[in-house]
Design a protein around this ligand. Structure first.
Ligand SMILES: Cc1cc2nc3c(=O)[nH]c(=O)nc-3n(C[C@H](O)[C@H](O)[C@H](O)COP(=O)(O)OP(=O)(O)OC[C@H]3O[C@@H](n4cnc5c(N)ncnc54)[C@H](O)[C@@H]3O)c2cc1C
Length: 409
């Protein structure tokens, strides 16, 4: 479980090299200027990253869940906004369509997304429905072979760039959670009833697009409904299992970045004639980062290993997301502190890590929601039952092994 295969190791090295070459030079300016990169997704697609854990027969790279986690960790080590784009595409959008879509939908809708020809995102949150999905108000009305969607989604990562938005709407508010239904809203088919608008001047993740999605009778063919009417809540929760896994593995990248930069600075900055790394209170912060990196890596790998077995990982993914996001935020704060006033300047990435990691305490279930989940599992108020649409175990017979998988190089 803990040892990477040669293929995973090679993949990790490829992503690391890509992030250092393509993302690192640009990200300070893009962050400063609140500027998402419209070419980013195409760059990821050239490496086969968008469909990394989707089987080749649906257009993916045919690698496993650990590879997706490695990609998230390596991307966030350099650029959390890039990891967010991958999370919402691969974790939240593709997994839902893969798990709950029909064979025809996997070929027609999933394939171009997995091949990186089209970009996906996930639209659950509304102005009055964040943590409380029950309050979701976007309506879906069936009209013959299509649905009309009316409502508003807010804080949708990559909403302005996505070709396909996995939108959750209710077919009947009186049914509560059992009315919620998932739709793959295709920008090319939705007509003028679909409009997106960027949210400007965010506190963090400034190089990431975050949008408001307006649905004014947006058209969705009935063939783009994912799962049955009323199954949308289950679809959303299984998407979040994978999305949280991506957030957790990404957070490990932030922690490692904080550790590396703090070690490097503590070895060269001298105060009272000593390297600051010799001071115990500085050592305490660095020790915390080293500890937190190992914890974070182990937690996301455990969830990835379960996913590779085709097992449900709701508890483990939520726990990894909770612990890793909190620790990443704490490590970013400590990294800033280790750098003194230098850490307070824009030339030092610690402030960017601090702002970016703050978002992970909010999205895909706030810190408080994750805390509540952990307590409910511990108290026995909540337990994971097998899902109706499980992930296929990995490696599977059809595509196992390096000779079949299309590992990006
Ligand atoms: C940068 C960013 C990107 C995002 N991307 C997406 C995306 O791609 N798709 C998408 O659908 N959404 C996205 N979101 C939205 C995000 O998922 C929601 O903001 C989140 O679910 C919280 O909802 P809310 O903001 O309405 O807060 P609320 O639900 O209004 O919560 C407010 C406060 O109350 C607390 N609270 C709520 N319920 C409880 C409870 N039961 N017990 C204790 N405390 C509670 C919360 O923890 C929080 O502190 C994004 C958000 C951000 C910031």
């Amino acid at each position: 479980m803990l040892e990477l295969t040669d293929e995973q190791r090679q993949f990790e090295a490829t992503i690391r090299e890509f992030a250092g070459r393509e993302l690192a030079p640009e990200i300070p300016a893009r962050d400063r200027e609140h500027r998402p990169d419209p070419e980013l997704f195409a760059k990821l697609a050239a490496l086969g990253i968008p469909g990394v854990s989707i089987p080749q027969r649906y257009g993916g790279a045919g690698l496993d869940w650990i590879a997706l986690g490695l990609a998230c960790e390596e991307l966030e080590y350099v650029d959390a906004s890039c990891r967010t784009a991958l999370s919402v595409h691969a974790g939240l959008c593709l997994t839902g369509i893969y798990q709950w879509g029909t064979e025809e939908q996997r070929q027609r809708i999933l394939r171009p997304l997995a091949e990186g020809r089209r970009q996906g995102c996930f639209g659950l949150t509304e102005p009055d429905a964040g943590s409380d999905v029950r309050a979701l108000a976007t309506r879906a009305h069936r009209e013959g072979d299509a649905y009309r969607l009316r409502g508003q989604k807010v804080w949708i990562s990559m909403g302005d760039f996505a070709d396909v938005i996995l939108v959750f709407a209710t077919v009947d508010p009186a049914l509560g959670l059992r009315g919620i239904t998932a739709f793959a809203v295709d920008r090319e088919l939705a007509g003028p009833g679909l409009r997106t608008e960027p949210i400007k001047e965010k506190y963090g993740l400034r190089a990431s697009d975050t949008a408001v999605v307006y649905l004014d009778d947006a058209l969705v063919p009935a063939a783009n409904r994912i799962g049955e009417e009323g199954e949308g809540f289950k679809v959303a929760m299984s998407c979040l299992d994978s999305g949280r896994y991506c957030v957790a593995s990404g957070a490990a990248g932030t922690i490692r970045a904080c550790l590396d930069m703090s070690v490097s600075y503590a070895r060269q900055r001298r105060v009272q004639g000593e390297e600051i790394g010799r001071f115990q209170l500085v050592q305490q912060m660095i020790a915390g980062m080293a500890r937190d990196y190992d914890i974070a890596r182990l937690l996301w790998m455990r969830a990835g290993w379960l996913k590779n077995q085709g097992q449900r990982s709701s508890r483990e993914s939520a726990l990894a997301k909770w612990v890793n996001s909190e620790r990443a935020n704490r490590c970013a704060d400590d990294a800033l502190q280790v750098h003194g006033a230098t850490g307070f300047s824009e030339e030092c990435p610690a402030a960017r890590y601090l702002r970016n990691s703050r978002a992970t305490l909010i999205y895909e279930g706030t810190r408080e929601v994750q805390t509540q989940l952990a307590a409910e599992y511990a108290l026995g108020y909540r337990e994971d039952r097998p899902v109706r649409c499980p992930l296929p175990a990995w490696p599977n017979e059809e595509e196992a092994g390096s000779e079949h998988s299309r590992a990006p190089s």
